[in-house]
Design a protein around this ligand. Structure first.
Ligand code: HEC
Ligand code: HEC
Ligand code: HEC
Ligand code: HEC
Length: 116
């Protein structure tokens, strides 16, 4: 019985560390600073957002699970092909959801995201 418990403990540790490695793929926070002309960089609590939103593809709308890339891979300072410009992609996605947040905790005012 004791041996079985030991074995289970080892298995659990293995399972947990595997979980940590997978979770590490999604950055804890990301500082978004692709364009820095007039506004300050925006800090996104990435992991907390992912947990709340529940679906990576809600934001990473073109990426297969596990292959998430930066939005700036497609959205550039100026519209490129079909991909709208970076600023519009950010405002559309971020403010779009925030303005629907019934708790009103999600910032919609400029300096809620662009800290002074
Ligand atoms: C609220 C929107 C949102 C959600 C939900 C979200 N992400 Fe992201 N993620 C972003 C933004 C924005 C960036 C930074 C984009 C940039 O700088 O161009 C990013 C960056 C990343 C990066 C870094 C890419 C690189 O090359 O540096 C990875 C990896 C990633 N996300 C994975 C995930 C995974 C996995 C999930 C789900 C568990 C997830 N994301 C959920 C918005 C989101
Ligand atoms: C692989 C290329 C690619 C990546 C990566 C990408 N996009 Fe897009 N995005 C597009 C294209 C192309 C469009 C034009 C409409 C369409 O084809 O869906 C678009 C449209 C949009 C739109 C407006 C239409 C809509 O679907 O609401 C928003 C907002 C948006 N992207 C946000 C983001 C965010 C936020 C990220 C990063 C988390 C991101 N995109 C990553 C290619 C990409
Ligand atoms: C699908 C919904 C959704 C999307 C998309 C989203 N957010 Fe949020 N965000 C929220 C909610 C809900 C809160 C309130 C969190 C709370 O309960 O405190 C929030 C809070 C925040 C806050 C303040 C609190 C904190 O966690 O730092 C910032 C800053 C923020 N979001 C930035 C962004 C940025 C930048 C983007 C786009 C890259 C984004 N959000 C996209 C839902 C969203
Ligand atoms: C929900 C978060 C959020 C809110 C609210 C928000 N923005 Fe942004 N905005 C962003 C993100 C993310 C970027 C991309 C930042 C970067 O790449 O440097 C951005 C980029 C910009 C840019 C282009 C970058 C630059 O320095 O020129 C301008 C201009 C801008 N925002 C103005 C505004 C104004 C004005 C308001 C208020 C009416 C506002 N934003 C509200 C998230 C937000």
């Amino acid at each position: 019985m004791k041996r079985f418990a030991m074995l289970m403990a080892v298995v659990m540790v293995a399972v947990f560390s595997a979980g940590v490695i997978v979770a590490a793929d999604a950055p804890d926070t990301v500082v978004i600073k692709e364009i820095q002309k007039t506004k300050s960089a925006v800090t996104l609590t990435h992991k907390a957002h992912a947990a709340k939103v529940g679906k990576c593809a809600e934001c990473h709308h073109k990426d297969a699970a596990g292959k998430e890339q930066k939005c700036s891979g497609c959205h550039k300072a100026k519209k490129t092909g079909d991909a709208i410009e970076f600023k519009e992609a950010m405002h559309g996605k971020c403010k779009g959801c925030h303005s629907k947040d019934a708790t009103k905790k999600a910032p919609t005012k400029c300096d809620g995201c662009h800290k002074k």
